[in-house]
Design a protein around this ligand. Structure first.
Ligand code: NAD
Length: 480
């Protein structure tokens, strides 16, 4: 969590509200200078071969690896994610860097069009220049790396504005990158601050925007750069549904729903935010979800046995509590959890009990608005088509999950779900080779995989002919 005061941002531990550090916000002049340095670095970096760029990124990955523990501890302290999750976040980020370092050349190789024999036609990929990377806090290392690694491999320079809620993690990353004298100076610039500094960055001469964050901010950013036709990739919020059919193993399905709804305290764009369960297994499913939720070990994430930490800050805490209260006022029933901790150590931080809530209708705030909290919302359906209709009744379209052993029905449901990603018996999966795709108000553009790296290049078609150039083309003047 953070407090901004006189152009200084103070960062606090959401588990106990202890002050962790303070960072001055980057001034407008400094931002301009950072972008200028990025432009200079781009001239050098973009001329390197993929192999040379890849070698630099692999060296960076090794340095990050040597700093894994410190980075993970800082992440846990600053945004509450337990060490049991932040350590794998660091290693996964390193894996992403190595994978793009190895695969970029193949992914961005020239595309040859050979259907016209006398022509030599190819589509080539060229970097944009300076990419403004504006990122959230909920995976403070992995989300920036998802974009940084492919953007750099594609030959771009980066002006990175991390979230105001994870500035210290970003500062540590900057410290590590500043030791990398094998990278051109200024290749990755860091801009500290909140929305104000994000806006200031976009007012500079940048060539592309890679934004991950809320739908509201995504729309504001798209408007801000629209006049300049700047390429914009927007990865926004979600309200992912999970559909559970009655042939599913109840333990598997309930744990998939509970874990998918509460891991990282429910603060993933792809967290399960609605669970639709077939009527015939509804009661059994709710009992199991209650049992699993009550076993989650909630606490300060620095303790290696903790499974769930606090939400990131007071605003997030209030938003989750308000949504729960609104649901109760409208007839919802709490099965377990349902609010904050009022006693003991957990009362000192922004902790919310893992909650199972039922008697919900699709129009309630808690079922429609992105929550970002540890809530398992369970709704009943009677037919497959009803489940699909309920799942699609959302302004978001990021991911969705189906739990069933019936392959044919799973494929039918997957074909009808209006989301960019569908996971069958595997909620929330992200992998460096699988593109991350959004629909509706969840965004525009791709991350990861070949589609992801292609976001960071301009395409150019080169159409050439080196034969018969002493004969005028028959479609030129004079027309016959
Ligand atoms: P946010 O939109 O409040 O902020 C994200 C970043 O944008 C921050 O760095 C912030 O300072 C900056 N910012 C905010 N408004 C801006 C503006 N008008 N102009 C320029 N910069 C601006 O989001 P958050 O609270 O940091 O993150 C949570 C959100 O991110 C959730 O909605 C979550 O679903 C989403 N998210 C999406 C994905 C995805 O892949 N789709 C991944 C992670 C998080």
């Amino acid at each position: 969590m953070f407090i901004k005061e006189n152009n200084i941002i103070h960062s606090y531990n959401p588990a106990n509200k202890e002050l962790l550090g303070s960072i001055p916000v980057t001034t407008d002049d400094e931002i301009e200078n950072i972008v200028k340095k990025c432009k200079d670095a781009f001239k050098i970096w973009s001329k390197l071969s993929y192999e040379e760029r890849g070698n630099c990124l692999k060296k960076l990955a090794t340095i990050l690896e040597n700093n894994s523990n410190d980075l993970a501890i800082l992440m846990t302290k600053e945004m509450g994610r337990p060490l049991t999750e932040s350590l794998p976040e660091v290693s996964k980020s390193i894996k992403f860097i190595r994978s793009f370092a190895d695969k970029a050349e193949q992914m961005l190789s020239d595309f040859i069009i050979n259907e016209i024999p006398e022509k030599d036609i190819k589509i080539v990929c060229e970097p944009y220049g300076v990419v403004a990377l504006i990122k959230p806090w909920n995976m403070p290392l992995q989300t920036p790396i998802w974009s940084m690694a492919p953007a750099l491999m594609a030959g771009n320079a980066i002006a990175f504005k991390p979230s105001e809620n994870s500035l210290l993690v970003a500062k540590e990353l900057e410290k590590i990158i500043s030791q990398c004298d094998f990278l051109p100076k200024g290749l990755i610039g860091f801009i500290y601050g909140d929305k104000e500094q994000g806006i200031a960055l976009l007012n500079n001469d940048i060539n592309m925007v890679s934004f991950t964050g809320s739908m509201k901010a995504g729309k504001e950013i798209a408007k801000q750069v629209a006049d300049r036709f700047i390429k914009t990739s927007l990865e926004l919020g979600g309200k992912d549904p999970m559909i559970v059919l009655d042939d599913a193993n109840i333990d598997f399905a309930a744990m998939a729903a509970v874990w998918g709804s509460t891991t990282n305290c429910g603060q993933f764009c792809s967290s399960i935010e609605r669970v639709y369960v077939q009527d015939t297994i509804f009661d059994k499913f709710v009992d199991k979800a209650k049992e699993f939720c009550e076993k989650i070990k909630v606490g300060n994430g620095i303790d290696k046995t903790t499974e769930m930490g606090p939400v990131v800050n007071e605003n997030q805490f209030k938003k989750v509590i308000e949504q729960i209260e609104d649901a109760i006022q409208n007839g919802a029933k709490i099965i377990t959890g349902g609010g904050a901790y009022t006693e003991g150590e957990l009362a000192n931080g922004w902790f919310i009990q893992p909650t199972v809530i039922v008697n919900l209708t699709n129009d309630m705030k808690i079922v429609q608005e992105e929550t970002f909290g540890p809530i398992v919302r369970i709704l009943k359906f009677h037919s497959i088509d009803e489940a699909i209709e309920l799942a699609n009744d959302s302004e978001y379209g990021l991911g969705s999950s189906v739990i069933t052993q019936n392959e044919e029905i799973a494929k039918y449901i997957a074909s009808k779900l209006d989301t960019g990603m569908v996971w069958i018996n595997e909620p929330l999966l992200s992998n460096e080779y699988c593109p991350w795709i959004a629909r509706k108000n969840s965004g525009i553009g791709y991350e990861l995989g070949e589609l992801g790296i292609k976001e960071f290049v301009k395409l150019k078609i080169i159409n050439s002919q080196f034969s018969s150039n002493d004969i005028l083309r028959k479609w030129w003047y004079p027309y016959k």
